[in-house]
Design a protein around this ligand. Structure first.
Ligand code: ZN
Length: 354
C-alpha cells in the first residue's frame, strides 16, 4: 500500500512590530530581512501623504533606492499595472502602505512576480493587513484569493489612531466574525471531511474572544484598545497563514457580506457587514448571538440594516443568497436551507431588521 505524505506548508511573517512610531524602524527592519538596495512602494494618494512619503524618506536615508506607484483601487487592472512596474524596476521587496486596497494590490502583484512583501497598514479595518489572501475586484470570484503572507508587518499606532474611528470599529467586526467562521470550518470538517487545523482555529477564536473581553477599551483615541485590535487582526492573518487558506477567518458571515456586495451594498465596510453577519450566523449556530451584538454595540460597530444603510429586503436576500456565493465553502447555511420567511424571521429576531 502506497503511503501518501501530505505536505502542509506554512509561510509566516518574520517580523511583527506594533506600537507608537514604529515607522521609524522601517529601514532597520528592511535591512535585517536582508533587503539593502532597492524597494518598491505601493500606496494611495492620501496614504502616501500619511505614511508612504515618510517610509520612502527613511529608506532613502538608509541608502535604499525607492520607486513607488500610487493606486486608486484594488482592481485586476491595477494589480497588472503594478506587476509590470515591479518587473521593470526589479526591487528586492515591495511595501504595501495604506488601508485594505493598497495592501491587497501590493500583496498580489508582488506574489505574482515572486518578490517578498511588507505590510504597513494605515487603518485597522480588516485582517488583510496580515493575511496571505487578497481581495481584488474584477476576478471571476467575489471573494479573496491566495497571494502571499507579508514577510513583515509594521503597524504604527500613531498613524492608525488618526484614521477615522469607523475603520477601527469595522476591524472589530472582522475579528468577531471568527466566532462563526471557526464553527463553520469545524462543521465542514465533520460533514465534508474537510481539512481542519485545531491550532489555526484556536488562534482565530482566541482573537475574537480577545475583542469580546476588551470591548470596553476599544473606542476613539484609545491607544490601548487599538493595540488589542491590531494584535487580534494580525493573529487572524497568521491563523490563515497556518491553515493555508482563509477558512479559520471566513465562514457564513463573510458569505453574507459578499452577498451584500453583490446585491449592491455601497456604503458599509467589509468588517461592518461581517459583524452584522456574525449576529445572524451566530443565531443559526446557536451560540450567544446577543453577546456578539452587545460587543459590536460597545465598540460602535453597526448591528442593524439601517446602520449598514441597506434596505431590510436586501439583508433578507443576502441571507438567502449567501450559500451560493461560494459553493465550495460548506457552512451552517448548507445545513439550514432557509426559506425567505425563515430568513426574514431570523433577521427580525436578532434585531438586524425591524
Ligand atoms: Zn474579513
Amino acid at each position: 500500500m502506497a503511503l501518501t505524505l501530505k505536505l502542509h506548508r506554512m509561510e509566516l511573517p518574520r517580523e511583527v512590530i506594533v506600537g507608537e512610531n514604529t515607522l521609524d524602524l522601517v529601514a532597520e527592519v528592511t535591512k535585517k530581512l536582508g533587503f539593502e538596495k532597492k524597494a518598491f512602494i505601493v500606496s494611495g494618494l492620501k496614504t502616501f501623504e500619511i505614511a508612504g512619503r515618510r517610509v520612502k524618506e527613511i529608506l532613502e536615508d538608509a541608502k535604499i533606492e525607492v520607486d513607488y506607484s500610487l493606486v486608486k483601487s484594488s482592481t485586476v487592472e491595477e494589480v497588472g499595472m503594478v506587476e509590470r512596474q515591479i518587473e521593470k524596476e526589479t526591487p528586492e521587496v515591495v511595501f504595501g502602505i495604506g488601508g485594505g486596497t493598497k495592501i491587497d494590490v501590493a500583496k498580489l502583484s508582488s506574489a505574482r512576480v515572486g518578490v517578498p512583501f511588507i505590510s504597513i497598514p494605515t487603518t485597522a479595518s480588516h485582517d488583510g493587513i496580515a493575511s496571505p489572501v487578497a481581495s481584488i475586484k474584477g476576478l471571476s470570484k467575489p471573494y479573496s484569493v491566495m497571494a502571499q503572507s507579508p514577510m513583515a508587518i509594521i503597524a504604527d499606532t500613531e498613524v492608525i489612531i488618526k484614521a477615522d474611528y469607523r475603520f477601527t470599529a469595522s476591524g472589530c467586526g472582522d475579528v468577531i466574525a471568527k466566532l462563526t467562521a471557526v464553527r463553520d470550518w469545524k462543521l465542514a470538517h465533520m460533514v465534508k471531511n474537510e481539512y481542519y487545523g485545531e491550532y489555526a482555529a484556536s488562534l482565530a477564536l482566541m482573537s475574537s474572544r480577545l475583542i469580546v473581553r476588551n470591548a470596553d477599551l476599544i473606542r476613539p483615541d484609545s491607544n490601548e484598545g487599538l493595540r488589542v485590535l491590531l494584535e487580534a487582526l494580525i493573529s487572524c492573518g497568521v491563523a490563515m497563514s497556518i491553515a493555508g487558506s482563509s477558512r479559520p477567518c471566513s465562514g457564513s458571515e463573510h458569505l453574507f457580506s459578499h452577498a451584500l456586495d453583490l446585491i449592491g451594498s455601497k456604503y458599509a465596510m467589509h468588517g461592518e457587514q461581517c459583524g452584522v453577519g456574525t449576529i445572524i450566523m451566530g443565531y443559526l449556530h446557536r451560540i450567544n448571538w446577543r453577546k456578539i451584538r452587545e460587543t459590536l454595540e460597545k465598540v460602535g460597530a453597526p448591528t442593524t440594516a439601517e446602520e449598514l444603510k441597506v434596505e431590510p429586503e436586501k439583508v433578507v436576500e443576502a441571507i438567502i443568497k449567501a450559500k451560493d456565493v461560494r459553493p465550495d465553502r460548506y457552512t451552517i447555511l448548507n445545513e439550514k436551507q432557509l426559506s425567505r420567511e425563515s430568513a426574514e424571521k431570523i433577521a427580525k429576531i436578532t434585531g438586524v431588521i425591524h
